[in-house]
Design a binder for this molecule. Structure first.
Ligand code: CP
Ligand code: NVA
Length: 297
């Protein structure tokens, strides 16, 4: 049975730490000619746009001597209703792993159930686990082990928030979430994280004393019709300099990108000294190389 990575909690805590540490080691290492993926191919299915996810997987496969195939679903037979189970059977006889970005965790599960090779979630409606490997790597690199520290999630209880919730339980940090009424994260995921996660009533309560502040777009891909309603619902949830002042002085700011300056985050914060967003984006490359190595070897 192949190991899949459909959500962060598909890794045991020690495995997640191992992958993140390996990501940092790969980043520090000069090119030694190590090419573990010679002859290996990653199929990448996208039903949604991407810059970081596509480029980091493609560049990572190339650095390891392998190859990545960009498959926009509309240009494949998936776009003509070929069952995802047949797609899984066929791709997994030709490729060494499959990455998928779509709007259905359930379809990803079906893909994985019918695949002979590892399936990786490159973002779904419910999770964005690759993002969290990079985020954790970034937190470790800037401030050391997050165990016992506190992160504040300000904004939508979305896919990235859900993976942050799983990260809090796996890496043993506290996560305080401030989301407007109606935009709270999945209650079952919050419950599963136990004491690691706390929902609070205001962004100020979440940010006070935090070691890390994180937010994401108020309107995720596929929700564009709700943009105006969401702009109203999230008024008061912008991460600005006043909110950052409530956090610890050494707090860092994360955002998975793409960002909307003047909406979920003020330009003075995302472009300011506490922001480590470009390290975070770069770490997608190293974290996914470490993940692929873990899943394929
Ligand atoms: N953060 C992230 O997943 O970026 P892309 O949508 O550009 O892949
Ligand atoms: N929550 C965002 C993340 C983009 C990387 C979305 O799903 O569009």
């Amino acid at each position: 049975m192949p190991r899949h990575f459909l959500k962060l909690s598909d890794l045991a805590p020690a495995e997640a730490r191992q992958v993140v540490a390996r990501a940092s080691a790969l980043k520090r290492q000069t090119d030694t000619g190590y090419r573990p993926f010679t002859g290996k191919t990653l199929a990448m299915i996208f039903t949604k746009n991407s810059t970081r996810t596509r480029v980091s997987f493609e560049a990572g496969m190339a650095r390891f001597g392998g190859h990545a195939l960009f498959l926009h679903s509309a240009a494949t037979q998936l776009g003509r209703d070929e069952p995802i189970s047949d797609t899984a059977q066929v791709l997994s006889r030709m490729c060494s792993a499959i990455m998928i970005r779509n709007d259905s965790q359930r379809d990803q599960q079906e893909l994985a159930a019918n695949s002979r090779v590892p399936v990786i979630n490159g973002l779904s409606d419910l999770h964005h686990p690759c993002q969290l490997l990079a985020d954790l790597q970034t937190w470790f690199e800037h401030r050391g082990d997050p165990r016992g520290k506190t992160a504040a999630w300000i904004g939508d209880g979305n896919n990235v928030c859900h993976s942050f919730i799983e990260a809090a339980a796996l890496f043993e940090f506290k996560l305080k979430i401030a989301a407007p009424i109606g935009y709270a994260p999945d209650a079952q995921l919050v419950r599963a994280a136990g004491g690691a996660v706390e929902l609070v009533d205001t962004p100020q309560l979440a940010a006070t004393g935090a070691d890390l502040i994180v937010t994401d777009t108020w309107t995720s891909m596929g929700q564009e019709a709700e943009t105006q309603k969401r702009l109203q619902a999230f008024a008061g949830y912008q991460v600005d300099a006043a909110l950052m002042k409530l956090a610890r002085p050494e707090a860092i700011f994360l955002h998975c990108l793409p960002a909307h300056r003047g909406e979920e985050v003020a330009a003075e914060v995302i472009d300011g000294p506490q922001s480590v967003i470009y390290d975070e984006a770069e770490n997608r490359l190293w974290a996914q190389m470490a993940l692929l190595e873990f899943l394929l070897q």
